[in-house]
Write a new protein. Structure first.
Length: 320
């Protein structure tokens, strides 16, 4: 089998969904441009943070005794330097082959909050025991969504392969997008004290009827949008056809593409159901056990997927 055939066979077996040729990576120029853009964005955000800090006070004592451009420049340089250090640290973690450096740093922050919240829960009485017991199936479900996969056997020229469909490829983004969209009006309203945006932000407050009605709608919209971004039945079908391949069932090309679309759509509907449950579970925990969102947030949202997914990826690399 030639090098190109082996490359595409690895694509079929190991990635299957991502429409990116084997071995392709962004160029050094693109990666450098992305890092420069990140630093510029950090500078802009840091500047607004300094303005916000100048307006804060604790017990009527200003948090910044000497506001002005002197403080702004010092704080701006400090925040940008810290961000550049994090960029360097993440790059070192990635280069050593442990895992994605940014993901590791994010998960470490989440893990600390997770441990503190579990400790806080365990100090409660009967309710705390029930919460810890409920955390077990939640972690198991996140692990299930991380490791579950379906392999579609494919016969191609030069050998057999499998088209792999994983839940985790579709499940990690929708919840993050949903909560970002729901919080967007409130974020804008914090800068616009008057107007229609305040009304919209009030309608989308956590706990409102519209908030819960929009969650399943946004989950479905973002899940299927993300599916269109990471999966192409036409690309997979054409790749199989290129090497004179066919599925084990012997489906013709149009039927094969339709079969792949049907399989992926079923997976996405399953993800929509689970993500909707994860989205509303923290509020249900808050109402039932009378705990703060810092504790209830452990039982839903995208954080649990990120933590479990990265730990699984690290264990896979160590095992390899």
């Amino acid at each position: 089998m030639d090098a190109e055939a082996r490359c595409h066979q690895r694509y079929l077996y190991s990635s299957g969904l991502f429409c990116m040729p084997c071995g392709s990576r962004p160029s050094k120029t693109v990666r450098a441009a992305v890092r420069c853009f990140a630093v510029i964005l950090c500078a802009i955000q840091s500047f607004f943070i300094t303005l916000w800090l100048e307006k804060q006070s604790i017990y009527d004592v200003p948090m910044v005794p000497n506001p002005g451009w002197g403080f702004r420049l010092i704080a701006l340089v400090s925040l940008i330097a810290a961000f550049c250090f994090i960029l360097w640290l993440a790059r070192m973690i990635t280069d050593k082959g442990v895992a994605n450096g940014f993901a590791v740093l994010i998960v470490l922050d989440m893990a600390v909050k997770f441990a503190l919240s579990v400790f806080h829960i365990s100090k409660e009485s009967v309710g705390g025991v029930l919460l810890v017991a409920l955390l077990i199936p939640v972690v198991w479900l996140a692990f299930h969504m991380t490791v579950w996969q379906r392999k579609v056997p494919v016969r191609i020229k030069g050998g057999d392969a499998s088209l792999v469909l994983r839940l985790s490829w579709f499940a990690r983004q929708p919840l993050s997008w949903v909560f970002s969209l729901l919080l967007l009006p409130a974020t804008i309203a914090s800068f616009v004290p008057e107007g229609a945006i305040q009304t919209v932000a009030g309608l989308l407050l956590r706990g409102s009827l519209l908030y819960y009605l929009l969650i399943p709608v946004l989950v479905m919209a973002t899940a299927f949008l993300y599916k269109r971004m990471v999966f192409s039945s036409d690309f997979s079908g054409d790749l199989i056809k290129k090497y004179e391949g066919q599925t084990v069932e012997g489906s013709a090309e149009p039927e094969m593409k339709e079969m792949l679309d049907t399989m992926v759509n079923k997976i996405v509907w399953y993800i929509c159901l689970i993500c909707t449950v994860f989205a509303v579970l923290p509020d249900s925990i808050m109402a039932l056990f009378k705990v703060q969102y810092a504790v209830a947030g452990l039982f839903g949202g995208a954080a649990i997927f990120v933590i479990v997914g990265l730990l699984y990826d690290i264990s896979e690399r160590i095992g390899a």
